[in-house]
Structures are given as structure tokens and as C-alpha cells.
Write a protein that binds this ligand. Structure first.
Ligand code: FMN
Length: 348
């Protein structure tokens, strides 16, 4: 049996809003963090940036993730956030050109001295522990993760998460779990836990990733989009702790139905202008991989007021998960979606 380790919901911009993070925890994730947020905005007290690092009293520990290429901005942001955060995560993994062109995110992997100096100063400025999330390097010819991870461990970071791809790979190819194993070995002497990330999509790949890497934890990103119950399933299928699944012992459709309803409830509970900002994206994601999802999606897309999406999707799930229909494209759900599509979004 594979020994139990903590499971992390990967930070994902446009996905891991507060409600989704709470949902993932209820569904079995042990740790969650915010999507990456620009230190340039946070250090200038920009309201939109601060909205991205909102949390909830049930999210403990609270781990905001920040990125930036300017050391002073990262240090100032760390100082500001450390008043409320439990841990602050520094992002050295984002491959998006709008981030890397400012020498932030994964581009920092090409400049180990700069990265290490940034981490050192953030640790000094912070009242709470600092963790780091990184890629393998900027490209196959420039694998810097071993040097950088060891130097970060020496500085005393709380943990190191490694996504087993390079910047130039973006999301292509397969994650290199063997290299993550080398990171685990090199940082062992400092007792720094390494969290393995990349291509874990079910219990089988979770077990395999742990066998290959020997990591102290697993982080799951794309596998948790539209399927937050993946965390509970991994725990149950690997015979880990008694995880009491809030969805009972139902199949994938029942799990998604439970998760969608619970997400809508959490968005309502959190309230405020930002809580529902990713709702349409989530609604679409929840239908992926299920029969009739492809037919239902355009009708969901057409609904302008995303707060109305709950009803047709719920109806579709109800019909499908209770097996009265063998497809999500349930005609009543489609007509309901059609009747809602022209209602304008009214912020009040
Ligand atoms: C839509 C999306 C948004 C992401 N946003 C972030 C982010 O804000 N911060 C971060 O560190 N990584 C981000 N990532 C990378 C993931 O955290 C993770 O490292 C990557 O998806 C590999 O894990 P996976 O194979 O389990 O998906 C994002 C990935 C996706 C697909």
C-alpha cells in the first residue's frame, strides 16, 4: 500500500476561486491556495488584485500565491500578506508570456541567483513560512531545478512543489517524475518536503507518481477541474484515511451533481461581487466527459447571467444521475437554459 501523503489542489488562475477551494477541501483536498496574483498589483494596493487573494474562515491554512519579477515588489507584497496569511507561496512556474516577459514566473528559473535572492528577502520580510512552486528549468538545455531547490531548502522554505515540466514545454509532453525524485533526494538533508506535481489524474497515477518520486505530497491541477471529488476518490481507492464522501457511494455523475450543487451553495454563502466570477467556466467543466455534455454546453454558454446557470445544469444532472435519462442533454434542461439565455446580467 502506498503511504498516505497530503493532497494539494494546484493553484489555477480562473479556476481556484474561494468557493472552489472550499469545495475541493470538502471533497478531500488537504491544502488549497489562491491563484497566482501579481505582486505589482498587490504592492500598489490595487483592489482587483486584492480580490484575488480573498479567503474564508474555513480555509485553513490560508495560502496566497504571488508572482513577480521585481524583488522589491515581491518583498513588500510578502510583508503585507503575511499579516493575514498562514503561508505565502512564491510562483516560479507560470509559463504564460505575459508573465515571463516581465522575467517573472517560470522565467525566474533561468536566473537562479535572482530567484534565490528573492526567496531569501521574502523569508526575511515574512512573519509566516514561505513555500515555493517551480518548474524544472526554462528548457531541456537549462534544467536548474536541482540547484534552485537545494538553495531554497538551505534558506529554510517550508516546502517545494515541483511541476515536472520546463517553461518551454508549457503543458506539452509528460511530467518528468524521475527528475522530481532527484529533487527529493537532494533536499532530503534539509528535511524540506517536496510536493510532486504534473499528470496525476486518478488513484493509479497518484500511486505511481509517489512510487517514482518518493514525494511528501501530491498536487493536482487539471485533473481537479470540473472534478473536485478526485481527491476523495484517490484517498478511498488507495485505502488511505476513512474518507467519508459527502456524495455517498455514487458514481461519477452523482459526484459531479453533488459537487456542482455544493459549489453553487458555497458561491451563495460567500456572496459579494467576486464569488461567482468563474461560475460559467466551472459549469462548462462539470459537463466534460459525461454523455450529452457536448450538446448541453452551447446552451449553457448562451446564458448571459451566470448566476442562472445553476438551475438548468442541476436539472440535467438530476435526470442523468438518477438515471431517468442517459444523457446530460435532457430536453427540459435545454429548454430551461434557452428560456434563461436572454436575461441580462444585472449586478444589483
Ligand atoms: C487553467 C490553469 C491555470 C493555472 N494557474 C496557475 C497559477 O495561478 N499558479 C500556479 O502556480 N500554477 C498554475 N497552473 C499550473 C498548475 O498549478 C499545475 O502546476 C499544472 O497544471 C500541472 O499540474 P497538472 O498536470 O495536475 O495539471 C495553472 C494550470 C492551469 C491548467
Amino acid at each position: 500500500m502506498v503511504e498516505q501523503v497530503p493532497l494539494f489542489l494546484a493553484p489555477m488562475s480562473g479556476v481556484t476561486d474561494v468557493a472552489y477551494r472550499l469545495l475541493a477541501r470538502e471533497a478531500g483536498a488537504d491544502f488549497t491556495s489562491t491563484e497566482f496574483t501579481a505582486a505589482s498589483g498587490l504592492s500598489r494596493h490595487d483592489a482587483r488584485s486584492w480580490a484575488k487573494v480573498e479567503t474564508h474562515s474555513r480555509e485553513s491554512p490560508f495560502i496566497p500565491q504571488i508572482f513577480g519579477g521585481i524583488e522589491d515588489e515581491m518583498v513588500e507584497t510578502t510583508r503585507l500578506l503575511s499579516k493575514n496569511a498562514d503561508i505565502i507561496d512564491l510562483n516560479f512556474g507560470c509559463p504564460a508570456p505575459k508573465v515571463t516577459k516581465t522575467c517573472a514566473g517560470a522565467a525566474m528559473m533561468g536566473d537562479p541567483d535572482n530567484l534565490v535572492s528573492m526567496v531569501e528577502r521574502c523569508i526575511e520580510a515574512s512573519e509566516v513560512p514561505i513555500s515555493v512552486k517551480m518548474r524544472l528549468g526554462t528548457g531541456q538545455a537549462n534544467i536548474t531545478v536541482l540547484e534552485i531547490a537545494e538553495r531554497c531548502a538551505q534558506l529554510g522554505v517550508l516546502r517545494i512543489c515541483v511541476h515536472g515540466r520546463t517553461l518551454s514545454q508549457k503543458y506539452r509532453g509528460v511530467a518528468d517524475w524521475d527528475l522530481i525524485r532527484q529533487v527529493v533526494e537532494i533536499t532530503e538533508q534539509y528535511n524540506t518536503p517536496v510536493i510532486a506535481n504534473g499528470d496525476v489524474v486518478d488513484a493509479k497515477s497518484a500511486a505511481r507518481c509517489l512510487e517514482v518520486t518518493g514525494a511528501a505530497g501530491l498536487m493536482i491541477g487539471r485533473g481537479a477541474i470540473g472534478d473536485p471529488c478526485i481527491f476523495g476518490r484517490i484517498k478511498s481507492e488507495l485505502g488511505w484515511e476513512e474518507f467519508e464522501a459527502p456524495w455517498g457511494d455514487g458514481n461519477e455523475a452523482v459526484q459531479k451533481h453533488w459537487a456542482w450543487n455544493r459549489y453553487v451553495e458555497l458561491v451563495d454563502e460567500i456572496g459579494g461581487p467576486h464569488a461567482a466570477r468563474n461560475m460559467k467556466q466551472h459549469a462548462i467543466s462539470f459537463t466534460k466527459g459525461l454523455p450529452g455534455g457536448r450538446e448541453l454546453r452551447p446552451h449553457l454558454h448562451a446564458i448571459k447571467d451566470f448566476r442562472l446557470l445553476g438551475e438548468p445544469l442541476n436539472l440535467a444532472f438530476e435526470a442523468y444521475s438518477s438515471r431517468t435519462h442517459n444523457t446530460l442533454a435532457y430536453p427540459d434542461a435545454i429548454s430551461l437554459a434557452e428560456s434563461l439565455k436572454n436575461i441580462e446580467f444585472n449586478r444589483k
